[in-house]
Design a protein around this ligand. Structure first.
Ligand code: 5AD
Ligand code: SF4
Length: 448
């Protein structure tokens, strides 16, 4: 049987990996590969991996164990399979990956994936195992093919990559490399194509997205706020979001944009990581707890209804019970609509991994539970406060029940409502009638 060759993709980790996976699928699509959801029929199996915490990296190796069986079975049937590991585990492990996992044919880092087509072709024709984890000089984004039409209502758009902050717990500066911003014209071109194909909401992505400083059409470096203003002028784009931000890079113009720019959604993911100043200093965060609280007050002054989200780490080396109490205090003070919290996980090669006073797992687990209890309460309170309100919802997809659509509120909550599928891609007023821990439900508002 001959048909198009197939690629199976599994994505771990952050939204930037979701974006990269889409682009890699497109890249191989241009070489005639069709995407499949069935690993057993794939000529190329691609894992796009995450190295941020130990568990994320371990999952890759356990998946590779299963993939070995698939590759063996295919080989017995006379079919060849190129097993590719991309993303941050690929970058961090490099050639070590080939030693640890003999099933792997190709290891490709996040800054080299625009060469994926050639690399796959070489792995096949030369029958060689290849590692490509350099930080090449050429602009990866410029080397990628034009973005293929998408059918979705919302899309991610990477505008910035890498990080120069070097928080002592984090692998990103090592795996993603130095900070890089795409030129405004490139981002605008990509956003226009997305809008032409029906995308109504873009989420601008970057590890440190608010440090964006891309080349503007006037030859100067533009801020994220300027980029957002430019994208807001694209007719089809109705909503703009961005993630992830660092408190140090929350510029005056970006804060003001939350008050002035109606297309910029009232939601901000702003990690603070820890509440005790000595832990923040050990983390090399370059801000104190009170800096963070003052910043939140300024953002709320610009946009009082903004929903705040954050990342928090418990059990960083040296964290005492009093330090942890300071983290709870910041959470109490801010009131988050949503949050991600993690046990500190030592990452090889980062300064944190060799610091004294690593916190035992039992203590970390206990603190994480207490923190998550508080965060869950805050999220439930935020959702409940929406009941009785009429909220504009952008419908994104069909729901699980017939006749139901699912969309997002401006505050990023999923909202379920009975609605005609003709409303997909439209912003519709919904009267919120119910709130769960993670979502809202409502009915279309008459006259809305
Ligand atoms: N251990 C635990 N959490 C981490 N994060 C990053 N590195 C680590 C680590 N070594 C968390 C931070 C970051 C989020 C993406 O992941 O909170 O903001
Ligand atoms: Fe990692 Fe974010 Fe710190 Fe950069 S700012 S080192 S990506 S946690």
């Amino acid at each position: 049987m001959t048909g198009p060759r197939k690629i199976f993709v599994k994505t771990f980790g952050c939204q930037m990996n979701v974006y990269d996976s889409e682009r890699m699928t497109e890249l191989l699509g241009a070489d005639g590969f069709a995407e499949t959801a069935t690993m057993e029929e794939a000529d190329v199996i691609l894992l796009n991996t995450c190295h941020i915490r130990e568990k994320a990296a371990e999952k890759v190796y356990s998946d590779l164990g299963r993939i070995r069986l698939v590759k063996d079975a295919r080989r017995s049937a006379g079919k060849e399979t190129i097993v590719t590991v991309a993303g941050c585990v690929a970058q961090a492990e490099g050639a070590e990956m080939l030693r640890r996992a003999p099933v792997v044919d190709l290891v490709v880092g996040p800054q080299s994936y625009h060469r994926l087509g050639d690399l796959v072709a070489r792995a096949r024709s030369e029958g060689r195992r290849i590692v490509e984890t350099g930080f090449p000089e050429e602009d990866k984004f410029a080397a990628l093919p034009r973005r293929a039409p998408v059918k979705a209502v919302t899309a991610f758009l990477t505008v910035q990559e890498g990080c120069d902050k070097f928080c002592t717990f984090c692998v990103v500066p090592y795996t993603r490399g130095a900070e890089f911003s795409r030129p405004v014209a490139d981002v605008e071109g990509e956003a226009r194509r997305l809008a032409d194909h029906g995308v109504r909401e873009v989420t601008l992505l970057g590890q440190n997205v608010n440090a964006y400083h891309g080349l503007g059409p006037d030859g100067r470096s533009w801020s994220l706020a300027q980029l957002i203003a430019r994208l807001a002028a694209i007719g089809g784009i109705e909503r703009i979001r961005y993630t992830t931000s660092h408190p140090r890079d929350m510029g005056e113009d970006l804060i003001a944009a939350h008050g002035d720019q109606p297309k910029l959604m009232p939601y901000l993911h702003l990690p603070f990581q820890a509440g005790a100043d000595r832990i923040l200093a050990a983390m090399n965060r370059k801000h104190t707890a009170s800096d963070y609280l003052r910043l939140v007050a300024r953002i709320r002054a610009a946009r009082p209804d903004i929903a705040l989200s954050t990342d928090i780490i418990v059990g960083f080396p040296g964290e005492t019970e009093a330090d942890f109490a300071a983290t709870l205090e910041v959470v109490e003070h801010v009131g988050f609509a949503q949050a991600y919290s993690f046990k500190y996980s030592p990452r090889p090669g980062t300064p944190g991994a060799t610091m004294a006073d690593q916190v035992p797992d039992g203590v970390q687990v206990d603190r994480l539970h207490r923190l998550q209890e508080l965060l869950d309460c805050q999220q439930a309170a935020f959702n409940s406060a929406c009941v009785g309100e009429v909220i504009p919802v952008l419908f994104e997809r069909e729901g699980r029940h017939r006749g139901q659509l699912v969309g997002r509120s401006p505050y990023l909550q999923p909202v379920h409502a009975t609605a005609d599928s003709a409303l997909l891609g439209r912003v519709v007023e919904v009267a919120i009638a119910g709130a769960g821990p993670n979502s809202l439900s409502g009915v279309l508002s008459l006259g809305g």
